[in-house]
Ligand binder design. Structure first.
Ligand code: ATR
Length: 355
């Protein structure tokens, strides 16, 4: 161990020396910018730096870590160029949920902000009291927040405005702070629809949606809006019937499923999620080859459900597609900038990859 520590000390010294040289170069550029009257922060150049670094990245460095490290180095460069950040205060975003420890939203959004060359920082907050947390958005002047389990429904009563789609769904997963007015949105819905629409046509096709919780509600609304003929399948009959009635669609109890004659099947339950990843939400022997199968579970990336569906010849869509799409819409709501979706997906896939 002593030898390894010596090696690390030696590497740290070399890194420090290289950072010093990088900052010297940045300072020289700063002087040129000053003479030419150009602002220090150059979003496009920063985006290009990250793109280049990504192409050079080697294992075992994770994509999210690369963004974290070089964001700090670029920040140090900006600071020797003697210009404060263009905004008064660093925009802060957060995800409120409980539990929150395993959320991939921070690494995804921080990397996206860095790639876009935007100031800002995204934190994970374990929130028990959502009313107090929403007041915190106002008090601290946060730019916005992601809302996750178990607060997606209760958060609505503390916001100033709720977008009509989110109100229809009955759940908010995104808060945007516009000059102190808090607006609620649901991006789970459009995220899921986009993930499906990227691989298949929803309009006019029969879609089975397994589950009747908050996730199913958002996805079901999206599918109905996109013109899909929807059937809810759920273990608990009352919950399934309630959602089917809200969405004006069919319902089938899970226990009575003997065939799956649907063009698209979506799992919106947590069945198959790690650590209990040996389970499947439906009898996969019933799957037909032409069916498109989407799972909203993204950990593991290849759920047993998707693996068995792929073995049957079905087209499969993993849960990361949905997760990244809903995050991309959040990013665009907060920043008014196009989300670097490819980077976001890469960061999330990298985090999910087994070491
Ligand atoms: P979320 O808001 O994330 O969707 P939820 O409200 O707890 O979470 O809903 C979870 C969904 O997964 C429900 O439809 C639940 O079925 P029930 O209505 O019967 O509870 C479904 N679910 C969870 N575990 C399940 C299991 N082992 N088998 C079948 N369905 C399950």
């Amino acid at each position: 161990m002593a030898t390894l520590r010596e090696r690390i000390d030696d590497i740290d010294e070399r890194i420090l020396e290289l950072i010093g040289r990088r900052l010297e170069a940045a300072r020289a550029i700063g002087r040129i910018k000053q003479q030419a009257g150009i602002t220090v922060v150059d979003n496009r150049r920063e985006g290009e730096i990250f793109k280049r670094l990504l192409s050079l990245k080697q294992e075992p460095l994770k994509t999210g870590s690369l963004y974290r490290i070089f964001r700090s180095i670029i920040g140090a460069g900006r600071s020797v160029q003697k210009q404060k950040s263009e905004t008064d205060a660093l925009p802060i975003y957060a995800v409120f949920g409980d539990p929150i420890g395993h959320s991939l939203s921070p690494v995804m959004h921080n990397s996206a902000l860095a790639q876009a060359g935007l100031d800002g920082c995204y934190l994970a907050c374990r929130v028990k009291d959502i009313a107090a947390a929403v007041n915190g958005i106002r008090g601290l002047g946060l730019g916005g927040a992601s809302i996750t389990i178990p607060h997606k429904i209760t958060v609505m009563e503390y916001l100033d405005q709720v977008d009509s789609l989110a109100a229809d769904i009955g759940a908010v997963n995104t808060v945007v702070n516009r000059q102190g007015v808090l607006h609620g949105y649901n991006t789970d819905c459009s995220g899921a629809v986009k993930a499906l629409a990227d691989k298949t046509v929803i309009d006019g096709h029969d879609v089975a949606l397994v589950g009747a919780g908050g996730a199913a509600r958002a996805i079901g609304f999206g599918i109905r809006q996109a013109g899909g003929g929807l059937t809810i399948i759920n273990r608990t009959i009352e919950k399934g019937e309630k959602l089917a009635s809200d969405l004006d669609c069919d319902f089938k109890p899970l226990s009575e499923i003997k065939e799956l004659p649907y063009g698209i099947i979506v799992n919106a339950t947590s069945v198959g999620m790690a650590p209990r990843d040996d389970r499947v939400p439906l009898d996969t022997d019933l799957l037909e080859r032409k069916t498109v199968v989407m799972d909203s579970v993204y950990n593991p990336l290849k759920t047993r459900f998707l693996t068995q569906a792929a073995n049957k010849g079905c087209t499969t869509i993993d849960g990361v597609a949905m997760f990244v799409n809903q995050g991309a819409v959040q990013f665009e709501l907060w920043t008014d900038r196009k989300a670097p979706v490819d980077v976001m997906r890469r960061v999330v896939l990298d985090e999910l990859a087994t070491p």
